[in-house]
Each structure stands twice: as structure tokens, then as C-alpha cells.
Design a protein around this ligand. Structure first.
Ligand code: HEM
Length: 521
């Protein structure tokens, strides 16, 4: 006979076995509701510095592409100092970051240089994604960089392009070699100065201002140890980096204050002359500083645009617009000189469209379709900001099936995506503008995410129209009025295309060429 305890024991045992099996089954079936954290793949890291040592020996966008090939062709995790980063290297992953989860990734991480120099959160490019940012962005897009405003600056662009042609014609007459890269940088600087504060009497030293802007661009470019180890607050102090930033900020702030004072005096005089009394009416807007000061004084926005915002945005237009546009033109000219076939087709087009005219103005630039493809192809191979601008996640999210915690820094390798054979075929590295005849990709970045020189989504560059207008008109002038030769009998294929990484990915060597005047008659 069975022990009286045996039946309850067996019942208990059976219940336990059934319960455990059922629980295991349920966990297996529905376990995805509480998945384990699944980080993106990435190379092994070492204590303290993480993967930082793997970025030192090459240009960051190239090194990141090589690492991504090995460890995560779509998305890769890197620990840079104290900060967790993801690197996006495919169009599919870029779409998830800049479209599917655009709001989650619309913030920018804090960067010491930007915090100190660009008025800590009062600007556009480095401000976190918040209500203030959204309102400022809308104002900039509508009031400063929209089609209407960019059209109003057409005379400035045409004047600067004509001045460059004059100066090159003088060099051509003497058979001189010209530093074309430098000339293009001066042109974008002057055109931006004209649009931003063209009405200044000139007392504010333009040269000095540009030198300061260049210094900021240098301190904002690349990866800074002080940004990667934010807990070491003493580091930028002992290295002198912080005081260097403060000095740049103080100087620029003073220059911007002087500009604003001059503007205010001139505007007050104009208002008084119109018999309206000081501060009584809105002065007709012309340049960007005028527009910003009008918005500041009239309080017509649904947020308060402070004088610090005015200064930050003015500064940022120079920071974001001058070097990027000049770099884009420099690369395009270098590619054209290296490829006489493409140069010939582009020149034939512009010389046909402007036949019989002495001046290449903006009236017919929209007809230059081949030149458009040339510019696109150059931006594909040489995006001036190869890693766009850094972003930061604001909440937990999944990208390509991997878990990304909040406050993860995001690097989008637009350069690698633009050269990826998965989207651009086996000849992805070749300069071949005709590929855009068939391609439906364009730099608006909203379709395929395989060509994003201006970024995409909420943080996309708001200066596309402004930038491409300068680039296209200037190049059309260079191609119409001149043929181009390399100095010292160098061959096109010998042109050095080495890059250097800074605030933008420029060419390492200056582009020195001999202009030969073309007789259009
Ligand atoms: C060929 C010329 C240019 C290129 C290649 C370029 C490229 C870019 C890129 C890649 C970004 C980051 C986008 C992202 O994070 O997704 C950006 C942002 C920005 N760009 Fe441009 N840019 C150019 C010209 C300009 C010009 C002319 C201006 C102004 C006059 C400008 C103003 C800005 C600003 C303010 C931002 C920050 C936007 C934000 O964070 O909301 N850019 N640009």
C-alpha cells in the first residue's frame, strides 16, 4: 500500500513539473515582450579609452568605414572615451535614424567648443531638440534661408562672381598661376558677408572676423578629448583649451556687438528721417542682420529672439555656410580638371546656354543640367561634412533590430554611404556625373538615404538653396570664361586628391591652376 504521504507528494511533484514546463513554454513563446538588451556589434574595446585608439591613425570617416566593414556594415557600436556612440554606415540604417525615428535622434550632444563659443544653446546647429530650437529653426528657414530671401541676394552673388572673373582675367592675361581654392574661399566669405551684414560701413574688420570664424571652425571639428571625457572637467582647464575658447568668444562677441550697434544707429537714423520716431516702425529689411534685428525688436515671433540669439545665428551662418560651399567648389574644380571629358561637356553646356552673353548671371543657371549632375557627383564623393553633424538619442529606441539607449551619440557616415557599392555599383569610387541621369537619388535626402551631403530629417541643412546657388553660379562662371591648365606641365591624373579633416573635409593641397581666357565671340 502506498504511504499516505506519497499521493500528496506525487501530486505536488506533478503540479511543480507541469507549472515549470508551462512557465518555460510561456517565456519562450512570449519572451520577446521582455527581450534582453541587444547592443549593436562593434570592435572590442580597451579599458578607459574604449575604441578611441582605433580612430587615431587615419581620417575619421575612412577609418570608421573600414571598422564598419569588419564589425557592423549598417550600424556599429563604439565606445569613445566615456561616451557610447553608434556609427551609421548604410542607407537603411540612416533611414531609421533620420526618418523612422527622426524625433528621437533630432538632438545634438553637448560640445564644449560650441557651448562656449556659439552662445550655449542660443544658436541653431548645436542646440538640443526642444521647443526653442523648433521655433528658431522655423524662423531661420522662413525668414533667413528660404527661397524668397535667397533670391533677394542674387545681385550679391552675381557681383562677387563677376569680381572673381575680373581678377582671374587679369591673371590669365599675365599667364599667372592662381590659388583657385583660396579665391573660392574669399568669394564665399564676401558673398556671405554681403548677405549677412552688407550694409556695414566697413569699420568692423572683415579679415579679422573671418580669421576668428576659421579658428572656431577648427576647434569645433573632429573629436575632442574634453568632449569624450566630460567628467574630467579640469582637463580643458589645465590644457588651456577652455581659456582659448573663452578668448575667441570674447573677441567675436565684441565684434558682433560693434556690428549691432552700428546697425541700430543706422536704423534709428533711417526711422527718424522717415518721421516715424525712433523705434516707431519696422525698417525695410535687406540683409540678414537687418531681418534678425527687426524680429528681435518687433517681438513679432511667438518666442523672444534675444540679442544673443541674433549674434549666435549670424555667427553660425558664417560657420556653416562659408567653408562648406567653398570646399564643395574646390573639390568640383579638382575633379573637373582631373577629368577632361567631363570638363569639356560641362563647358560646352554653359557656353551653349550663355552664347552671345558677356555675363554669366543667374537668369539661365536652371538650364545647366549637366553642371547640376557634376555638382551632385562631386558632393557624393566629397561631402564637405563627411560625418554630418553629431546627433544624440533622447529615448530608448531600436535601430536595425538593435537596442539604443537614451543619450547615445550618433555618427552618420554620409561619406561612406555615398561611396558604397551596394547603392552606387562597382564603380562607386569613380567620378561619373552621368550616373545621376538614371539615379532617382538627390541631395534632398528624403528618398533613398544613399546620398545625404546635407543630412536629412529635422536637422537637415537649412542652407541648401543658399549654398547651392553660390556654388552653381560661381562654377558656371569659371567654366564659361576660362579653360584650365595645371602648372609645371603636370598631368590631370597627377592632381593630388588627398583629403584633410578639420571643420570640413578639404583637399590637403591648394588647388593651383592657370586660367586661360576663353573668347566667347
Ligand atoms: C555646400 C554647402 C553645404 C553643405 C554640404 C552643408 C551640409 C550640412 C550638413 C551635412 C549639416 C548637418 C545635417 C544633419 O545633421 O543632418 C548641415 C547643417 C547646417 N547647415 Fe549646412 N551645408 C552647406 C551650406 C550651408 C549654408 C550656406 C548655410 C547657411 C547660410 C548652412 C547652414 C546650416 C545650419 C544652420 C545647420 C544646422 C541645422 C540644424 O542643426 O538644425 N549650411 N549642413
Amino acid at each position: 500500500m502506498a504511504s499516505p504521504l506519497l499521493i500528496p507528494f506525487l501530486t505536488l511533484l506533478a503540479t511543480f513539473v507541469i507549472a515549470t514546463t508551462t512557465l518555460t513554454l510561456i517565456t519562450k513563446l512570449f519572451g520577446t515582450k521582455h527581450p534582453r538588451h541587444r547592443p549593436p556589434p562593434g570592435p572590442r574595446r580597451v579599458p578607459i579609452i574604449g575604441n578611441l585608439h582605433q580612430l587615431v591613425s587615419a581620417l575619421p570617416h575612412r577609418r570608421l568605414r573600414d571598422l564598419a566593414h569588419k564589425h557592423g556594415p549598417d550600424i556599429m557600436h563604439l565606445q569613445l572615451g566615456e561616451l557610447s556612440h553608434i556609427v551609421i554606415s548604410s542607407a537603411e540604417a540612416a533611414r531609421e535614424v533620420m526618418k523612422t525615428h527622426d524625433v528621437v535622434f533630432a538632438s545634438r550632444p553637448s560640445i564644449l567648443g560650441a557651448d562656449i563659443v556659439v552662445y550655449a544653446g542660443k544658436d541653431l546647429a548645436f542646440t538640443p531638440y526642444n521647443d526653442f530650437y523648433r521655433k528658431l529653426r522655423k524662423t531661420c528657414v522662413v525668414e533667413l534661408l528660404g527661397a524668397h530671401r535667397v533670391r533677394s541676394f542674387r545681385p550679391i552673388r552675381e557681383k562677387e562672381a563677376a569680381a572673381l572673373v575680373d581678377s582671374l582675367s587679369r591673371s590669365a592675361a599675365k599667364g599667372e598661376t592662381v590659388d583657385v581654392g583660396k579665391a573660392l574661399f574669399q568669394l564665399t566669405s564676401r558673398a556671405t558677408r554681403g548677405s549677412a551684414f552688407g550694409k556695414l560701413a566697413g569699420d568692423v574688420d572683415g579679415e579679422e572676423f573671418f580669421k576668428m570664424v576659421e579658428r572656431i571652425a577648427d576647434v569645433l571639428g573632429g573629436f575632442r578629448v574634453s568632449d569624450l571625457f566630460p567628467s574630467l572637467t579640469w582637463l580643458p582647464v589645465v590644457t588651456g583649451f577652455k581659456s582659448q575658447l573663452m578668448e575667441i568668444h570674447r573677441k567675436l562677441d565684441r565684434m558682433l556687438d560693434d556690428m549691432i550697434s552700428e546697425y541700430k544707429e543706422r536704423r534709428a537714423a533711417a526711422v527718424a528721417a522717415a518721421g516715424k520716431g525712433v523705434g516707431g516702425g519696422v525698417v525695410e529689411t535687406e540683409d540678414l542682420l537687418d531681418v534678425l534685428l527687426n524680429l528681435h525688436e518687433s517681438q513679432s515671433l511667438d518666442f523672444s529672439l534675444t540679442l544673443e540669439n541674433v549674434k549666435a545665428v549670424t555667427l553660425e551662418i558664417f560657420l556653416a555656410g562659408v567653408e562648406t560651399s567653398a570646399t564643395a567648389m574646390d573639390w568640383t574644380m579638382a575633379e573637373l580638371v582631373r577629368d577632361p571629358r567631363v570638363m569639356r561637356i560641362a563647358q560646352e553646356e554653359v557656353r551653349r546656354v550663355y552664347r552671345g552673353k558677356h555675363v554669366v548671371d543667374e537668369s539661365s543657371v536652371h538650364e545647366l543640367e549637366y553642371l547640376d549632375m557634376v555638382i551632385q557627383e562631386s558632393l557624393r564623393l566629397h561631402p564637405p561634412l563627411p560625418l554630418l553633424l553629431p546627433r544624440e538619442s533622447t529615448e530608448q529606441v531600436q535601430v536595425m533590430g538593435y537596442d539604443i539607449p537614451p543619450k547615445t551619440k550618433v555618427i552618420v557616415n554620409g561619406w561612406a554611404i555615398g561611396r558604397d557599392p551596394r547603392y552606387w555599383g562597382a564603380d562607386a569610387e569613380k567620378f561619373y556625373p552621368e550616373r545621376f541621369l538614371k539615379s532617382t537619388s538627390n541631395y534632398k535626402g528624403t528618398d533613398h538615404f544613399d546620398f545625404i551631403p546635407f543630412g536629412a530629417g529635422r536637422r537637415m541643412c537649412p542652407g541648401i538653396l543658399y549654398g547651392t546657388s553660390v556654388v552653381k553660379l560661381t562654377l558656371a562662371n569659371l567654366l564659361f570664361h576660362f579653360d584650365w591648365k595645371l602648372p609645371d606641365g603636370s598631368k590631370p591624373e597627377d592632381l593630388d586628391m588627398t583629403e584633410r579633416f578639420g571643420s570640413s573635409a578639404r583637399r590637403e593641397c591648394n588647388l593651383c591652376l592657370i586660367p586661360v581666357a576663353y573668347d566667347a565671340m
